[in-house]
Structure formats: C-alpha cells, structure tokens
Design a protein around this ligand. Sequence first.
Ligand SMILES: [Zn+2]
Length: 261
Amino acid sequence: MFWFLFFIFGTIWGSFLNVVIFRLNKRKSIFFGRSFCPKCKHKLFWYDLIPLLSFIILGGKCRYCKKKISWQYFFVEFATGTLFALVAFLNLKDFSLVEVLNLVKLLYFTCVFIVIFVYDLRYYIIPDKIIIWGIAVAFSLNIAFHAIEQNCYSIALDLISSVLCALFFFLLFYLSKGKWIGGGDFKLVLFMGLVLGWPYILIALLVAINTGALVGILLILLGKKTMKSEIPFGTFLSAAAVFVMLFGERILGWYLGVFSL
Ligand SMILES: [Zn+2]
C-alpha cells in the first residue's frame, strides 16, 4: 500500500514541478507569487490546483475563461506520481536511515530529469539553473555516500567515466558549433554520470542515442520533421537516465547472463 502514498505524494510534487517549469520559462521567482491561469490571468484557488483531479473535473479547461489547459500539466503530475511510486517500490526495502536518505536522493534526481524532459521538449533548451544545481548536489552526494562505503576505487571510476562521457559530448557540441547537440547536453551527460555511475552511464547513453535516432527517423517518415529539424536530445537523455536508474541493474544482469552462456 505504501507505494500508493508515494503516487499521491508524487502527483503533488508534479504540480510543483509544473510551476517550476512555467516560472523558469517566464524568469519568475519559483517560490513567490500565486498561481494564475496563463490565458486569462485569473487567480487559481486550491480547488483548481488538486493534482490530476482538477484537470479531469474541469475537462482540461480553465474554470474561468474555459480555454484549454495544456496536457503538460496532467502528464507531469501523472508521470511524477508513477515514477515516485516505482522508485519507492523498487528501492525502499526497510525504513532505515540509509534507505530513506537514498530514496530522497533518487526522488530528487527523478524530479530533475522530469523537468529537463519537459523543458527541452517544449523549449529546446536545458535550463542552467536546474542542471548546475543537479551536478553540484549529485557530486556532493556521490562523495558523501562513497565515503560512508569507504570505496575509493568506485568513486574514482564514477567521476572519471562521467567526465570522459561529458567531454565526448562537449567535443561534439564544440566541433559542430552547436548544430548536432546543444550546450546543455554535455552538462546533462555529466549529471547522468554522477547519478548513474559506471557502467550504467554507458547503457543510458546507448538507450538515448538509439531511441532518439528511432523517433527521429519515424517523425521524418511521418513528415512531421525534416533532416534539419532540431531534436530535443535532452528529452531522450532524461528518459533513458530514469529508465536506467530504475532498471539498470536488472538490464545489466540480463545482458551479462545472455552473453555468458
Ligand atoms: Zn483562464
């Protein structure tokens, strides 16, 4: 049952993430000011802001001006709820301090990936405010958690592999003058390396590049994009990172099992 509580908790966090995404784009303070309808500017009250339910009850329209509310709001609330429940279900074995701290860490990383997923998809940019903070927190936590485990070898491996992967993407960005990938992408790769560690960063990059290419080809075949269209690579990177964060150990185990036969 406890994972259902995490779903509810996640939907509430999701509505907060929607506010973060909206205000980052408008360059407004994330923590101050009341919520309002972006179309008619009418102030929203608590009963307009209940995660998932308000959207369903109002039929996806503003209560005051009846204009459509973006599906993004519903999607982010639902996705955050589902991912929070999954993260808790897969990672919380007991309620010891280390387990709970580890869970908080994973939930924070999940939120960063959700914001970047949506933001890059909508605006084709990865906000520095989010990614720089993410890198700083992931770096500090990496040091702290490895210090507890007293494992110098794995911390060096994680740090070096993160920097090397990020450097590779920085070179792609630099050599193509930003045409192949954006300036935010190599920072995101650094963040992913710190979050996932070795060899999971490699799996995530392979998943992101393959799904990105597949979706890109599909969209070109469907006539929705051309070869020159921009692809929000940060969206694919974020999705792959969450996927590997949740199932990386299982994927690696399966992969090694298949090839050791
Ligand atoms: Zn309105």
